[in-house]
Design a protein around this ligand. Sequence first.
Ligand code: UDP
Length: 249
Amino acid sequence: MSSVVTSPQIDRADICGVRVHRVSRSQALDRIETFLKEKGPHLVVTADSSGVVIAREDEQFRAIVRQADLVTPDSIGILWAARRSGCPMPERVSGVDLVVDLCGLAARSGYRVFFLGSAPGVAEEAARRLSSRFPGLIVAGCQDGYFKADEEPAVVERIRRAAPDILFVAMGIPKQEKWIARYQPVLQVPVAMGIGGSLDVHSGKVARAPRWAQKMCLEWAYRLLKNPRKIGKAMTLPRFALMVLRKKR
Ligand code: UDP
């Protein structure tokens, strides 16, 4: 990784083996802007409780997160665990919000963005809505996340030719981070970031929880009610809580 601009060290909370940076939303954005100026490939992970549980069981995913350049506190569970560990976080820094902040930055500074993932048509619709919110946003390309294995080389080549500065990958944890880790050596995108279901939200396919639910830390419950298939993810919450509570302070 190149070092034209040097990044200052940021405190990190150790959440059951996953080291999460102590950043606010604006600090995360500043940090990512530094990555964009440094060029060289960078990985940004937004860590939630399910990610920590997956990292415990999946060695490959754990290694990828360990090498990430920035790991943000994406969920209320992470904020709780960080507080218990003695390294409280200023606020949640979610993938959904970072997509907004980064598209704003990209539109202001001329960075090119590529949206990869979600069902066919979703990335295009999210790109259309974000472009009208941020005039001047350069969308280098869109690609759904349901291509076949034999189509993968063509997808990678399309992204490489599009030469984005920011690659958003919406395929869910841990698939998206593994995809990035596998192809970053070829792609060399300055900032690649897994964003889970963010394109579903930004396309309007899935409604974000109302503000009151977000404020009361009930966004996860709202999402579960709206999409009962998320039960698998919700089931990781008690496991996460047990892991945190068992950890000595
Ligand atoms: N997805 C995809 N390809 C796949 C599996 C999932 O593009 O092979 C997309 C899916 O359509 C959804 C996103 O990945 O848009 C995962 O969303 P979810 O909210 O489940 O992710 P999380 O934030 O929970 O990791």
